[in-house]
Design a protein around this ligand. Structure first.
Ligand SMILES: [Zn+2]
Length: 233
């Protein structure tokens, strides 16, 4: 996965694992996942000790790594930002969108785990505004996630997102929501430039050999891929 917007920044490392790399969802007593993560990151020249891995709860909490005080050892957040170099922010996803942020002006990176719950709470905009008060240079890449081809919804979600008619699609009697479009709308409303938001566009449900999909697989134990971004590596 590559974003054209990030191309010229050589110190910026970012990406996402694929299904063949194995599940990346950290949970208690899962040595296999730890081994998958180690193998994936070492291949990319990233020591596992540099990873920042939050406990994700579909919240809109944004943690500034290196600035906010940690409460104990576990960071509970769905958005991460950092101005530190040699730190790699990670989130794990299976249908939710990983959203990557880079502000060249302040050399700040950010990453958000955006499912509909986080998007409803405007998590992407919250991450953006924690990074900088001036949004004109901020670059955002929206990674793979469940696209409107497969995100069928019922009336409860249609109601929650009724402020975004441009993102609601009807096919026959069924309704679908384009979550990446809502992420984009929220960022534009905050003041980001349209040309500074890039959407990768792949659907995690459609691409069954490449991604885990919670909706498609209905797993007993959730399996995820890992998204990451860091600077100065
Ligand atoms: Zn699809």
């Amino acid at each position: 996965m590559r974003f054209n917007l990030f191309k010229k920044y050589r110190g910026l490392k970012y990406g996402i694992s694929e299904k063949r790399d194995g599940s990346m969802k950290l949970s208690a007593g899962s040595p296999k996942v730890s081994a998958n993560r180690r193998r994936f990151f070492i291949k990319r020249g990233i020591p596992i000790g540099l990873l920042v891995t939050p406990l994700q709860t579909h919240s809109s909490r944004v943690f500034n790594y290196g600035a906010d005080r940690t409460e104990g050892v576990i960071i509970s957040a769905d958005g991460l930002i950092s101005k530190l170099r040699n730190v790699v922010l990670t989130v794990s996803v299976a249908d939710c969108f990983p959203v990557y942020f880079f502000d060249p002006k302040t050399a700040t990176v950010g990453l958000a785990h955006c499912g509909w719950r986080g998007i409803e709470k405007k998590l992407p905009a919250k991450v953006a505004s924690r990074i900088t008060a001036n949004q004109s240079d901020l670059l955002v890449g929206i990674g793979p996630g469940i696209q409107s081809c497969h995100f069928e919804v019922q009336s409860d979600l249609l109601e929650k997102f009724s402020d975004y008619p441009e993102a609601i699609l009807k096919r026959g009697h069924k309704s679908f929501i384009d979550l990446s479009k809502i992420i984009r709308s929220q960022l534009l409303a905050l003041g980001l430039k349209p040309e500074n938001i890039e959407n990768f566009g792949e659907c995690t449900y459609c691409q069954k050999d490449k991604y885990f999909s919670f909706r498609r697989d209905k797993p007993v134990v959730t399996r995820t891929v890992v998204a990451y971004i860091g600077l100065g590596l």
